[in-house]
Design a protein around this ligand. Structure first.
Ligand code: SAM
Length: 282
């Protein structure tokens, strides 16, 4: 199977949609290898673009559901894959799609394999985590700096909100770097392919849907004001200061520490302690 990217130049890349198209077949082959596609497996691709990765996924035996926001690219993809019954295109913004509904429709958990649009990689990852039960795992191409953040361990400079939240359900591993020369147009930054494995016995047990929103709020508050002490930063949660002081004391965390120094386990213990005591916002 060939793909139009190999024959046609990309004349129309839209910066606002993070359009840097993969043109290096070796990189595509390495992504497919990392994804370990099983014949007939349902794969979700966010932003298929000109379809080079899509084509390789189909060749590897995947049944691909792709979400593309760009109308022009949707027309091109429909022409390209019209004959292929293993390809389904959803013409939409990936941030608006109901992933649980999609997983239920196909009666399976989806493996995400994507060269993500870099401008929405954070919000998309946050949405993946909110809907973790729709997914079996992730192979994602990201801007290197973002990949480092996803895979960072607690207490390091790169650690951020998503580094901690990913740990609730699994772990992220940086797999390999990809040079700007592998894309058209050429981006300014190096990219990295990251693998995210979801654990069966995750830190937040499957089905405990009340704890994750509390953890998310605690982590956001702690990282939202990095220079403040943990106690002051957590005031953004909107509960009485005594509730915070008591919770911190009962999980043995010094209120004068900064949020970014907390380990994942400390965040989790604090979230458990504050569960039911802080207003939850979606
Ligand atoms: N997968 C292709 C490749 O590897 O060459 C394209 C990757 S390009 C980095 C990102 C793609 O995501 C583009 O096709 C872009 O139009 C699409 N995109 C951008 N924002 C999107 C969104 N919110 N929802 C769905 N697709 C989006």
């Amino acid at each position: 199977m060939t793909n139009s990217t190999e024959n046609k130049p990309v004349r129309f890349a839209k910066k606002s949609l993070g359009q840097n198209f993969l043109v290096d077949k070796n990189v595509v082959a390495n992504i497919i290898l990392a994804a370990g596609i099983v014949e007939g497996e349902r794969v979700l691709e966010i932003g298929p673009g000109t379809g080079l990765l899509t084509c390789a996924l189909l060749e590897a035996g995947a049944k691909v559901v792709a979400i593309e926001k760009d109308d022009e690219l949707c027309k091109r993809l429909k022409r390209e894959f019209a004959e292929n019954e293993d390809f389904t295109l959803i013409e939409a913004d990936a941030l608006e799609v109901d992933f649980i509904e999609l997983s239920e429709k196909y009666a399976t958990r989806l493996k995400v394999v994507s060269n993500l649009p870099y401008n929405i990689s954070g919000p998309v990852m946050a949405k993946f985590l909110e809907n973790y039960r729709a997914f079996s795992g992730f192979i994602l191409m990201l801007q290197k700096e973002v990949a480092q953040r996803f895979a960072a361990t607690s207490g390091t400079k790169a650690c951020g909100i998503l580094s901690v939240l990913i740990r609730a359900y699994g772990s992220a591993r940086m797999l390999f770097d990809v040079s700007p020369n592998s894309f058209k147009p050429r981006p300014k930054v190096t990219s990295t392919v990251v693998g995210i494995t979801l654990f069966e016995d995750s830190a937040i047990p499957i089905g405990d849907d009340a704890l994750y929103p509390v953890l998310r709020q605690v982590v956001r508050a702690a990282f939202g004001q990095r220079r403040k002490t943990l106690l002051n930063a957590l005031k953004a949660l909107g509960c009485e200061p005594e509730v915070l002081t008591d919770a911190l004391a009962s999980v043995d965390i010094d209120p004068k520490r900064r949020g970014e120094t907390l380990s994942f386990e400390e965040f989790l213990n604090l979230a458990k302690e504050l569960s039911g005591k802080v207003p939850v916002v979606s």
